[in-house]
Design a protein around this ligand. Sequence first.
Ligand code: SAH
Length: 264
Amino acid sequence: MAGKVWFVGAGPGDPDLITVKGRDLITRADAILYAGSLVSKAATRWAPAGCEVLDSKGMALEEIVTWLIENANSHKTVIRLQTGDPGLYGALIEMVQPLDANHIEVGVVPGVPSAMASAATALESLTLPEITQTVILTRVEGRTPMPPGESLAELAQHHTTLCLFLSITLLQKVESELLAAGWQEDSPIVVVHKASWPDEEKVVRGTLADIRDKCRLEKINSQAMIIVSPTLGARHWPTLKKSKLYDASFSHRFRRGVTLEPTS
Ligand code: SAH
Protein backbone atom coordinates (compact mmCIF):
# COMPACT_ATOMS: atom_id res chain seq x y z
CA MET A 1 0.00 0.00 0.00
CA ALA A 2 1.24 3.47 -0.88
CA GLY A 3 2.18 5.81 1.94
CA LYS A 4 1.21 9.42 2.39
CA VAL A 5 3.15 12.48 1.28
CA TRP A 6 3.04 15.40 3.68
CA PHE A 7 3.94 18.93 2.62
CA VAL A 8 5.13 20.42 5.87
CA GLY A 9 5.83 24.10 6.46
CA ALA A 10 9.13 24.31 8.34
CA GLY A 11 8.63 27.97 9.20
CA PRO A 12 10.94 30.85 8.35
CA GLY A 13 14.26 29.53 9.68
CA ASP A 14 14.31 29.09 13.44
CA PRO A 15 13.73 25.31 13.87
CA ASP A 16 11.62 26.07 16.97
CA LEU A 17 9.04 27.77 14.76
CA ILE A 18 7.82 24.57 13.13
CA THR A 19 4.36 23.53 14.36
CA VAL A 20 4.00 20.70 16.89
CA LYS A 21 2.15 18.72 14.22
CA GLY A 22 4.97 19.25 11.72
CA ARG A 23 7.61 18.20 14.22
CA ASP A 24 5.65 15.11 15.23
CA LEU A 25 5.41 14.04 11.60
CA ILE A 26 9.17 14.50 11.18
CA THR A 27 9.88 12.35 14.24
CA ARG A 28 8.07 9.43 12.57
CA ALA A 29 9.06 10.10 8.96
CA ASP A 30 10.61 7.44 6.74
CA ALA A 31 11.92 9.86 4.13
CA ILE A 32 12.31 13.66 4.07
CA LEU A 33 13.11 15.84 1.11
CA TYR A 34 13.88 19.33 2.31
CA ALA A 35 14.14 22.57 0.38
CA GLY A 36 17.70 23.84 0.82
CA SER A 37 19.59 25.33 3.70
CA LEU A 38 16.64 27.33 4.98
CA VAL A 39 14.93 24.30 6.46
CA SER A 40 17.73 21.79 6.94
CA LYS A 41 18.00 22.35 10.67
CA ALA A 42 14.38 21.37 11.39
CA ALA A 43 14.80 18.25 9.28
CA THR A 44 18.03 17.06 10.80
CA ARG A 45 17.11 17.96 14.35
CA TRP A 46 13.91 15.91 14.55
CA ALA A 47 14.28 13.08 12.02
CA PRO A 48 14.57 9.57 13.48
CA ALA A 49 17.62 7.36 12.93
CA GLY A 50 17.27 5.50 9.66
CA CYS A 51 15.12 8.16 8.01
CA GLU A 52 16.41 9.18 4.60
CA VAL A 53 17.02 12.94 4.64
CA LEU A 54 17.83 14.59 1.34
CA ASP A 55 18.33 18.19 0.18
CA SER A 56 16.35 18.97 -2.97
CA LYS A 57 18.80 21.73 -3.93
CA GLY A 58 19.76 21.06 -7.52
CA MET A 59 16.74 18.86 -8.23
CA ALA A 60 14.24 19.93 -10.92
CA LEU A 61 10.54 19.76 -10.12
CA GLU A 62 10.15 16.50 -12.07
CA GLU A 63 12.93 14.86 -10.09
CA ILE A 64 11.34 16.00 -6.84
CA VAL A 65 7.99 14.56 -7.87
CA THR A 66 9.58 11.28 -8.97
CA TRP A 67 11.41 11.02 -5.64
CA LEU A 68 8.18 11.66 -3.70
CA ILE A 69 6.26 9.04 -5.72
CA GLU A 70 8.99 6.41 -5.40
CA ASN A 71 9.30 6.94 -1.67
CA ALA A 72 5.54 6.94 -1.14
CA ASN A 73 5.43 3.56 -2.88
CA SER A 74 7.82 2.05 -0.38
CA HIS A 75 7.27 4.04 2.84
CA LYS A 76 4.42 5.08 5.10
CA THR A 77 5.34 8.70 5.88
CA VAL A 78 7.12 10.83 3.31
CA ILE A 79 7.73 14.52 3.95
CA ARG A 80 8.40 17.39 1.63
CA LEU A 81 9.70 20.04 4.04
CA GLN A 82 9.35 23.58 2.77
CA THR A 83 10.28 27.01 3.98
CA GLY A 84 7.59 29.12 5.66
CA ASP A 85 4.14 27.95 4.59
CA PRO A 86 3.88 25.50 1.67
CA GLY A 87 1.02 27.46 0.11
CA LEU A 88 3.05 30.62 -0.53
CA TYR A 89 5.41 30.57 -3.53
CA GLY A 90 6.06 26.91 -2.86
CA ALA A 91 5.09 25.15 -6.13
CA LEU A 92 2.64 23.14 -4.01
CA ILE A 93 0.04 22.43 -6.67
CA GLU A 94 2.66 21.51 -9.28
CA MET A 95 3.77 18.74 -6.92
CA VAL A 96 0.31 17.69 -5.71
CA GLN A 97 -1.17 17.14 -9.18
CA PRO A 98 1.19 14.31 -10.20
CA LEU A 99 0.74 12.71 -6.75
CA ASP A 100 -3.04 12.84 -7.26
CA ALA A 101 -2.57 11.31 -10.70
CA ASN A 102 -0.68 8.45 -9.03
CA HIS A 103 -3.40 8.04 -6.37
CA ILE A 104 -1.02 8.93 -3.56
CA GLU A 105 -2.56 10.43 -0.45
CA VAL A 106 -1.44 13.98 0.27
CA GLY A 107 -1.61 16.23 3.34
CA VAL A 108 -0.42 19.76 4.13
CA VAL A 109 0.79 21.10 7.48
CA PRO A 110 0.91 24.90 7.44
CA GLY A 111 3.94 26.84 8.59
CA VAL A 112 4.78 30.32 9.86
CA PRO A 113 5.19 32.46 6.73
CA SER A 114 8.29 34.63 6.53
CA ALA A 115 6.11 37.75 6.29
CA MET A 116 4.76 37.07 9.79
CA ALA A 117 8.19 36.20 11.16
CA SER A 118 9.59 39.41 9.67
CA ALA A 119 6.89 41.54 11.28
CA ALA A 120 7.66 39.83 14.60
CA THR A 121 11.40 40.42 14.29
CA ALA A 122 10.87 44.10 13.48
CA LEU A 123 8.20 44.40 16.18
CA GLU A 124 5.69 45.79 13.73
CA SER A 125 1.94 45.22 13.46
CA LEU A 126 0.75 44.70 9.89
CA THR A 127 -2.68 46.11 10.71
CA LEU A 128 -3.69 49.07 12.86
CA PRO A 129 -7.18 50.45 13.53
CA GLU A 130 -8.07 53.26 11.13
CA ILE A 131 -4.62 53.11 9.51
CA THR A 132 -4.87 49.92 7.47
CA GLN A 133 -6.85 46.72 7.94
CA THR A 134 -5.46 44.92 4.91
CA VAL A 135 -2.26 43.05 4.11
CA ILE A 136 -1.22 42.21 0.57
CA LEU A 137 1.30 39.40 0.16
CA THR A 138 2.93 39.82 -3.22
CA ARG A 139 6.16 40.23 -5.16
CA VAL A 140 7.41 42.39 -7.98
CA GLU A 141 7.73 40.95 -11.42
CA GLY A 142 10.93 39.05 -11.98
CA ARG A 143 11.22 36.06 -14.28
CA THR A 144 7.70 35.01 -13.20
CA PRO A 145 5.30 37.40 -14.92
CA MET A 146 2.61 39.09 -12.83
CA PRO A 147 -0.99 38.44 -13.89
CA PRO A 148 -2.93 41.46 -15.23
CA GLY A 149 -3.96 43.90 -12.52
CA GLU A 150 -1.30 42.69 -10.07
CA SER A 151 1.63 44.96 -10.81
CA LEU A 152 2.99 46.55 -7.65
CA ALA A 153 2.01 49.97 -9.04
CA GLU A 154 -1.61 48.80 -9.15
CA LEU A 155 -1.72 46.92 -5.83
CA ALA A 156 0.09 49.71 -3.97
CA GLN A 157 -2.62 52.21 -4.87
CA HIS A 158 -4.64 50.88 -1.95
CA HIS A 159 -2.00 52.15 0.51
CA THR A 160 -2.37 49.03 2.63
CA THR A 161 0.44 46.96 4.12
CA LEU A 162 2.51 45.25 1.43
CA CYS A 163 4.76 42.28 2.16
CA LEU A 164 7.05 41.70 -0.78
CA PHE A 165 8.53 38.25 -1.23
CA LEU A 166 11.28 37.37 -3.72
CA SER A 167 11.96 41.02 -4.50
CA ILE A 168 15.10 42.09 -2.64
CA THR A 169 17.22 42.20 -5.81
CA LEU A 170 14.53 44.34 -7.44
CA LEU A 171 14.44 47.22 -4.95
CA GLN A 172 14.78 49.80 -7.70
CA LYS A 173 11.60 48.47 -9.28
CA VAL A 174 9.87 48.41 -5.89
CA GLU A 175 10.80 52.05 -5.43
CA SER A 176 9.61 53.22 -8.86
CA GLU A 177 6.32 51.30 -8.73
CA LEU A 178 5.50 52.60 -5.25
CA LEU A 179 6.23 56.16 -6.35
CA ALA A 180 3.98 55.60 -9.37
CA ALA A 181 1.25 54.46 -6.96
CA GLY A 182 1.48 57.73 -5.02
CA TRP A 183 3.70 56.72 -2.09
CA GLN A 184 6.14 59.40 -0.93
CA GLU A 185 9.94 59.33 -1.06
CA ASP A 186 9.92 59.40 2.74
CA SER A 187 7.44 56.51 3.14
CA PRO A 188 8.91 54.06 5.64
CA ILE A 189 10.13 50.62 4.55
CA VAL A 190 11.59 47.81 6.59
CA VAL A 191 13.67 45.00 5.16
CA VAL A 192 14.16 41.91 7.30
CA HIS A 193 16.92 39.50 6.31
CA LYS A 194 16.75 35.91 7.59
CA ALA A 195 13.91 36.65 9.99
CA SER A 196 13.95 34.30 13.00
CA TRP A 197 17.37 32.84 12.21
CA PRO A 198 19.22 32.89 15.53
CA ASP A 199 22.20 35.31 15.36
CA GLU A 200 21.71 35.96 11.64
CA GLU A 201 18.61 38.08 11.32
CA LYS A 202 19.02 41.73 10.31
CA VAL A 203 16.51 44.55 10.27
CA VAL A 204 17.14 47.52 8.00
CA ARG A 205 14.83 50.49 8.33
CA GLY A 206 14.67 53.25 5.79
CA THR A 207 12.51 55.13 3.35
CA LEU A 208 11.68 54.62 -0.29
CA ALA A 209 14.51 57.01 -1.08
CA ASP A 210 17.31 55.38 0.90
CA ILE A 211 16.46 51.71 1.49
CA ARG A 212 18.42 50.49 -1.54
CA ASP A 213 21.65 52.10 -0.36
CA LYS A 214 21.13 50.86 3.17
CA CYS A 215 20.59 47.27 1.97
CA ARG A 216 23.63 47.51 -0.27
CA LEU A 217 25.74 48.64 2.70
CA GLU A 218 24.44 45.69 4.74
CA LYS A 219 25.05 43.36 1.75
CA ILE A 220 21.48 42.09 1.80
CA ASN A 221 20.58 40.52 -1.52
CA SER A 222 18.72 37.32 -0.64
CA GLN A 223 16.33 35.79 1.91
CA ALA A 224 14.76 39.11 2.74
CA MET A 225 11.22 40.39 3.25
CA ILE A 226 10.33 43.92 2.26
CA ILE A 227 7.49 45.43 4.27
CA VAL A 228 5.99 48.73 3.20
CA SER A 229 3.18 49.95 5.37
CA PRO A 230 1.55 53.03 6.88
CA THR A 231 1.78 51.14 10.21
CA LEU A 232 5.58 51.01 10.33
CA GLY A 233 7.14 52.50 13.43
CA ALA A 234 3.81 52.69 15.28
CA ARG A 235 5.51 51.40 18.42
CA HIS A 236 6.90 54.90 18.85
CA TRP A 237 3.83 56.93 17.88
CA PRO A 238 2.59 59.20 20.69
CA THR A 239 -1.10 58.54 19.90
CA LEU A 240 -2.91 55.52 18.54
CA LYS A 241 -6.47 54.72 17.60
CA LYS A 242 -7.37 51.89 19.95
CA SER A 243 -8.60 48.55 18.67
CA LYS A 244 -12.33 47.99 19.20
CA LEU A 245 -11.50 44.49 20.41
CA TYR A 246 -10.33 45.82 23.77
CA ASP A 247 -12.67 48.83 23.90
CA ALA A 248 -14.79 48.73 27.08
CA SER A 249 -17.92 49.71 25.13
CA PHE A 250 -17.53 47.01 22.49
CA SER A 251 -19.36 43.70 22.89
CA HIS A 252 -18.19 40.54 21.23
CA ARG A 253 -18.73 36.82 21.61
CA PHE A 254 -16.76 36.52 24.83
CA ARG A 255 -17.56 39.80 26.55
CA ARG A 256 -20.57 42.02 26.93
CA GLY A 257 -19.65 45.66 26.46
CA VAL A 258 -20.35 48.36 29.00
CA THR A 259 -23.09 50.63 27.65
CA LEU A 260 -21.80 54.16 27.95
CA GLU A 261 -24.90 55.91 26.59
CA PRO A 262 -28.36 55.32 28.09
CA THR A 263 -30.53 53.34 25.68
CA SER A 264 -34.28 53.68 25.34
N1 SAH B 1 6.82 29.75 1.54
C1 SAH B 1 7.68 30.82 2.03
C2 SAH B 1 8.08 31.78 0.92
C3 SAH B 1 8.99 31.16 -0.11
S1 SAH B 1 9.49 32.28 -1.33
C4 SAH B 1 6.99 31.54 3.18
O1 SAH B 1 5.87 31.19 3.55
O2 SAH B 1 7.58 32.44 3.75
C5 SAH B 1 11.08 32.78 -0.73
C6 SAH B 1 11.02 34.20 -0.24
O3 SAH B 1 10.49 34.22 1.06
C7 SAH B 1 12.37 34.89 -0.13
O4 SAH B 1 12.75 35.48 -1.36
C8 SAH B 1 12.10 35.94 0.91
O5 SAH B 1 11.44 37.06 0.33
C9 SAH B 1 11.13 35.23 1.81
N2 SAH B 1 11.76 34.60 2.99
C10 SAH B 1 11.87 33.29 3.25
N3 SAH B 1 12.43 33.09 4.47
C11 SAH B 1 12.69 34.32 4.97
C12 SAH B 1 13.25 34.79 6.19
N4 SAH B 1 13.64 33.95 7.17
N5 SAH B 1 13.35 36.13 6.37
C13 SAH B 1 12.93 37.00 5.44
N6 SAH B 1 12.39 36.61 4.27
C14 SAH B 1 12.27 35.29 4.03
